[in-house]
Design a protein around this ligand. Structure first.
Ligand code: ATP
Ligand code: SF4
Length: 338
């Protein structure tokens, strides 16, 4: 186990290394501590899922990596190393250069990424501005990618505008645009939430195939545990701005060690895969993120909370080869077994 609490799961350096990230939003009501001491790795060519209830900080984390935060955001501490360079210390032009080149993003609403008054062709050619290729070649690559993501008749459809496509087709176009540049890291923020279940399955399979083909890493934010089980190699469970557990998908789904993860899964992975499209409801509410917290962030809702949980912040404990969880019970269990 490393000193920062993360387990070493590959010999190669991870593509993305987030360490001790603290982020607040300034609001008229006070500072919202949206991310607290968040650390996670995205290894090369792996898919890492981030799950957690609404308000747990998943999107904030994704947007922080992309450098797309609102003006009231304040990164109080931490680092985000991407290919070994700290994104938080990089000059703005260098950081902008990474976007749409080494780093791409797919948003929940495709219209966030697509310009409604420009044709798909214009937008797919613009996104290749880093490439030293002529217009004809860029158009051909765009058509090929549209074909790859299942847009019928891409030769003529490339000249259409976004509103001339269905929601599912628009999300496919966004995936085509994001992957056309062959990024090292694709950040997907709930890319299937707005789609119906059949389309969601198709998009997940598409992402899986393209990820293998391109060899990129994906940071996949999702409410859908079945989609995470299907697509991801690793999973990070967030609660109220903290990472409470992380590990290989099979380990987390078969042996969840944090009471919050157990509450989320609440049934075996087979059942999740077939029937659960959204996170199960856990009684109680995510706590307010205003002000500083004492003790374990989950204590007010945890069925196993005890005295220590209210006063002391739990540290990460290794619970498997590549799995850690932040819970005092794991400490107590170890003391009992010594
Ligand atoms: P969801 O699944 O609903 O998208 P999430 O896990 O992605 O939720 P975030 O959207 O990252 O959670 O929000 C984390 C916390 O930060 C929430 O309490 C949210 O209200 C707050 N927050 C997010 N953006 C801002 C902002 N610009 N200003 C103030 N508070 C914000
Ligand atoms: Fe529950 Fe305590 Fe563990 Fe927090 S530290 S998850 S309150 S048992």
């Amino acid at each position: 186990m490393r000193r920062d609490g993360l387990t070493q799961h590959t010999s190669a350096r991870p593509l993305l290394e987030i360490r001790g990230l603290d982020l607040d939003f300034g609001t008229p009501r006070g500072r919202i501590h949206a991310l607290r001491n968040v650390s996670l790795d995205v290894p090369v060519a792996q898919v890492v899922g981030i799950v957690g209830e609404s308000g747990s900080g998943k999107s904030t984390l994704a947007y922080t990596v992309m450098g797309l935060l609102s003006e009231n955001a304040d990164i109080a501490a931490g680092s985000i190393l991407f290919e070994g360079r700290d994104l938080l210390k990089m000059a703005a032009p260098a950081r902008r250069n990474l976007l749409g080149d080494r780093l791409s993003m797919i948003f929940q609403d495709p219209m966030t990424a697509l310009n409604p008054v420009r044709t798909i062709e214009n937008q797919m050619i613009d996104i290749q501005h880093h490439e030293q290729r002529g217009w004809g070649e860029k158009r051909a690559r765009a058509i090929e990618m549209l074909h790859r993501v299942g847009i019928p008749d891409p030769q003529s459809r490339i000249d259409a505008y976004p509103h001339q496509f269905s929601g599912g087709m628009r999300q496919r176009i966004c995936i085509a645009m994001a992957l056309l540049v062959r990024p090292a890291l694709l950040i997907a923020d709930e890319p299937t939430t707005a789609l119906d279940a059949t389309l969601e399955v198709q998009i997940i399979h598409l992402l899986k195939d393209l990820q293998k083909e391109i060899g990129c890493s994906i940071l996949f934010v999702s409410h859908h545990l079945g989609a995470v089980a299907e697509l991801c190699d690793r999973v990070v469970v967030m609660y109220a701005g903290e990472v409470v557990e992380h590990g290989a998908v099979r380990d987390i789904f078969h042996n969840p060690c944090h009471p919050y993860t157990r509450a989320l899964l609440e049934c075996d992975p087979g059942r999740i895969r077939q029937t659960t499209r959204t996170l199960p409801t856990i009684s109680g509410e995510v706590p307010s993120l205003l002000g500083h917290k004492k003790g374990c962030i989950f204590s007010a809702r945890c069925p196993q909370a005890f005295d220590r949980c209210v006063h002391e912040i739990p540290i990460e404990h290794p619970t498997g080869l590549e799995q850690t969880a932040r819970c005092h019970l794991l400490d107590e269990e170890r003391l009992v077994s010594v």
